[in-house]
Design a protein around this ligand. Sequence first.
Ligand code: IK2
Length: 444
Amino acid sequence: MGILRNITSNLRIIRLSLIRNNNTIIMARRLHASRTDGVDKNVWVEFTKLAAEYKVVNLGQGFPDFSPPKFVQDAFCKAVSGGYQMHQYTRAFGHPPLVKNMAKFFSRVVGHEIDPFEDILVTVGAYQALFSTFQALVDEGDEVIIVEPFFDCYQPMVKMAGGTALYVPLRPKADGAILSSGDWVLNPEELESKITPQTKAIVINTPNNPLGKVYKTEELQMIADLCIKHDMLCISDEVYEWLTYDGSKHVKIASLPGMWERTITIGSGGKTFSATGWKVGWAIGAGHIIKHMKTIHQNTVYHCATAAQEAVAQGFEREYEVFGTPESYFKQLPAMLYHKRNKLAECLRSVGLQPIMPEGGYFMIADISSVKVDLSGESTTELYDFRFVKWLIKEKGLATIPVSAFYSPEHSKEFDKYVRFCFVKEDSTIDAAGEILKKWSEGQ
Ligand code: IK2
């Protein structure tokens, strides 16, 4: 007992750090919790700051540099001038008009009767839906399989919940030229080899950020079969669900047989209605799963801004009425982005960069290995794409995002010769980026 106490107290001494103010010790206790160790670096914080320091054309972070459609802007304005209730708390798990309209809308899409009050949790953006999911469902010792490339916050969220992340990369097919995001595939054997009795869930993202891959039904069925066989949950991040091109179709894994009961589908009002600053997101799934996420939500965030929820509710009401018609924003936005995607691809090709054509989403990655630049001014401890993107911001005034940020430490080195360009931007912004690339390729 005595020996044990000594070891514990020695460990405590090692964990102490001295905080000084004018040479007076004001705090001798270790300040931070270990769950924050190793997850302090964040690509969005770092590159948004850098882009703001230089005058850049910004194809970095994924937000539109144009306004949301008029019908949701009008709904937002009406909400904020619509009386005191719109400025006060609403139902914790989702403003009633929003969850009712979402249930009506998504029941039709998923092919399952969604209960507005049991099966939906409205959150502060898809970010908080993901956070509530991992906190509520992942326990100490659980393993979570993440398909790479992945939206970077999944890994820290798994860690902060006490779980361990394991990674399976989508890889370019071995044969033929890699021209489309559809050429990046999962190896079913490699995926199954990661599953252990501790595996609680698998995380997928379709359409994928940053690659733009839209999973085909057969690929989703393979994942669904493994989930059922090994009794795993599926966390399916579908924030770009309406953005598909060239005939690709977004399929919800929750709509496959046996998957409604074990899938949490994550969505974003910000991405859906081009209003990322409103931070309205959601998780949809079987009530027996969502109820645990509600527990996390009610004890952390409680609910998200009422007026923004009201505007998104009106957006879904309108989209329900015009669904499948040319007036639907869910048809108009991808049609607009299809042209922007092609315009950006043309700019990249004209300077000798080979883009991977995305089947969905609003990002495009391109191979930069053929570009010769002098990166001696950048830190040698960083991966090539981080150094390249920093150089591009500082020397050429063009902001993009390094693709290795979407990979685990064990695989990031394999994928550090790509950068991500965002095309949910005004045509004039894409043209300005094209000009920068053209001048650079001409040596100016
Ligand atoms: N899930 C995915 C796949 C996302 O891409 C995002 C937002 N990403 O935007 C930053 C970028 O990649 O440039 C989210 C979740 C979070 O969505 P929300 O804004 O609704 O919290």
